[in-house]
Design a protein around this ligand. Structure first.
Ligand SMILES: *Cc1c(COP(=O)(O)O)cnc(C)c1O
Length: 379
């Protein structure tokens, strides 16, 4: 059985996809009575490490927690700055603030919606302690040309790879290039645990530190703890472990990842072929040969009118993302970012998930064409 759930409304913007084994895996955990951190969590960590070809991974409760703990493990100086694109999910910014740092918002390249080495270099200040590239839509961000500069200044790179599980940077998997990498396995990501996240640490010491941070500063797993009369709190930490229930879902999803990869690439190419000849719309490039696409973002004029038109016809259009530097909560760190402000008015996300069929893509594309014509006529 390949489809465990009834086919949801196919033209919603995003939707999890179950392969069929998730239910049995969860039932087995429920019957076991071990729901916290446990053997199933460690199995999932080992599975992801094997997939990526890395020594170790640290599972946590969300992608946001992964970023938060990774930034804490990077030992930022108090009041330091973290370079981050404004065009990201607000979670990235929350993680920086939770780690006690200040976001220094930067623009992105308008063709990729990703930062570039040049953008980062121009934003460096004496207070810069970290850079958080966001691998937008699944596209790898290669900051190798900057490594010399960053190393000399003691600046850590913490990758927000929430969109980019299974993508490649050159010949290597994202997460295996030596950066401190954070994945999300939230409900609509390319792999889901229901909720969850994962950190790829750079050293065994960093892995141990992260394991303490995620479980209230108590490094041993709950199962092992049960066999002792005491436990040791070795550091101040958080409640951010991944439950066995979530991990069991992730292990099933990981086993089927090749399906996610081929389906998402295929859907992306269908959109690309249909939109390329169309006037007035630009599909943001995700480098589909090397990426497992996560979003299908287009840039259009009169975005709000186009969005309204499609929304009124039942097409699940979205905006990823409203820029963060203009959000009320992040006002103190606002600086003018002309490219991002323009993108904030032009970007629109088309439905993109594994339940979509060719007829759905046609309907989305046809409706988009009508919307562009209607918006153009009204201009
Ligand atoms: C989803 C996401 C996160 C946060 O992950 P959660 O698992 O939802 O906490 C962070 N950054 C980006 C770019 C995301 O898309």
């Amino acid at each position: 059985m390949t489809r465990a759930t009834a086919r949801p409304d196919a033209t919603r913007n995003a939707s999890p996809y179950l392969y069929g084994g998730e239910q049995a895996a969860v039932d087995q955990i429920l019957a076991s009575g071990h729901y916290g951190h446990g053997r199933a969590t460690e199995d999932f960590e080992e599975g992801v490490a094997r997939f990526l070809g890395v020594a170790d991974t640290v599972a946590v409760s969300s992608g946001t927690a992964a970023l938060h703990l990774a930034l804490l493990a990077a030992d930022l100086r108090p009041d330091s700055e973290v370079i981050v694109p404004s065009l990201t999910f607000c979670a990235t910014i929350h993680a920086i603030l939770a780690a006690g740092a200040r976001p220094r918002f930067v623009d992105v390249h308008p063709h990729t919606l990703c930062i570039t080495p040049e953008i980062v270099e121009a934003a460096l200040t004496p207070a810069t302690a970290a850079v958080v590239p966001v691998l937008f839509g699944g596209r790898a961000v290669d900051l190798t040309p900057l490594h010399g500069t960053l190393d000399r200044r003691g600046i850590t790179v913490v990758e927000d790879a929430a969109h980019a599980f299974g993508s490649r940077c050159g010949t290597r998997w994202v997460g295996s290039t030596g950066e401190l990498t954070c994945f999300s396995f939230g409900p609509i990501k390319n792999i889901t645990c229901g909720q969850g996240g994962m950190i790829v640490p750079r050293t065994p010491a960093e892995a141990a530190r992260l394991r303490g941070l995620r479980s209230l500063g108590v490094p041993a797993s709950a199962d092992r703890r049960a066999a002792a009369t005491t436990y040791e709190v070795t550091t101040v930490g958080f409640r951010a472990h991944m439950s066995t229930l979530n991990a069991a879902i992730g292990t099933v999803q990981l086993a089927h990842f090749a399906v996610a990869e081929s389906t998402r690439k295929h859907l992306w190419r269908q959109y690309e072929a249909a939109l390329k000849p169309m006037q007035g719309v630009d599909l943001v490039d995700v480098d589909v040969d090397n990426s497992v696409p996560h979003l299908a973002v287009v840039k259009v004029q009169d975005r709000d009118r186009v969005w309204e038109f499609m929304h009124a016809r039942g097409i699940g259009v979205g905006v990823h993302y409203p820029p963060n530097h203009t959000q009320p909560a992040f006002r103190p760190w606002h600086r003018p970012l002309p490219a991002t402000e323009r993108l904030g008015e032009e970007i629109m996300t088309l439905p993109f998930h594994q339940h979509l069929g060719p007829e759905d893509i046609h309907r989305v594309v046809d409706t988009l064409q009508q919307a562009l014509a209607a918006a153009g006529a009204g201009r």
